[in-house]
Design a protein. Structure first.
Length: 140
């Protein structure tokens, strides 16, 4: 997110928001605080999602909760896709390709002569859910 008090700063807030009314409440709060948001949905087939969750060694304590909410994700998918600034199908894409897709959407390449260059940014991608992101160019 980018704050009007610090327009050159960028922060990311990955969060799975599966409740549309809560998403609208979040959006209202962002707007009230003049925070610009670039909403990205990392879409994935539910069977692949379950396999990724089961194989996630970093978030083992959240594993069952995440598995229990796959149906909620599927039910929320239509409104999430409709409200997203960017939809990335991560079902068969390597994490690095997903990250590049998001980065290019947030920071379009800058032409330097014949060379296309992207501003250097650190980008952390989780391949199993939905994110909302902000950038200096648009507003993570």
């Amino acid at each position: 997110m980018r704050s009007p008090d610090s327009p050159d700063s960028t922060s990311s807030r990955p969060q799975a928001v599966l409740n549309e009314s809560y998403w609208k409440e979040l959006q209202q709060g962002f707007k009230q605080h003049s925070l610009e948001v670039f909403h990205v949905v990392l879409d994935v087939d539910t069977e692949i999602l379950a396999r990724r969750i089961k194989g996630d060694e970093l978030e083992q304590t959240a594993r069952q909760w995440r598995l229990d909410h796959i149906r909620d994700y599927a039910a929320a998918r239509p409104w999430m896709v409709a409200s997203a600034d960017l939809l990335v199908d991560s079902t068969s894409s390597p994490v690095a390709d997903v990250a590049r897709s998001v980065l290019r959407a947030i920071h379009p390449p800058v032409r330097l002569g014949n060379v296309r260059s992207w501003p250097i940014r650190r980008l952390r991608i989780s391949s199993a859910s939905t994110w909302f992101l902000c950038s200096p160019a648009i507003c993570w």
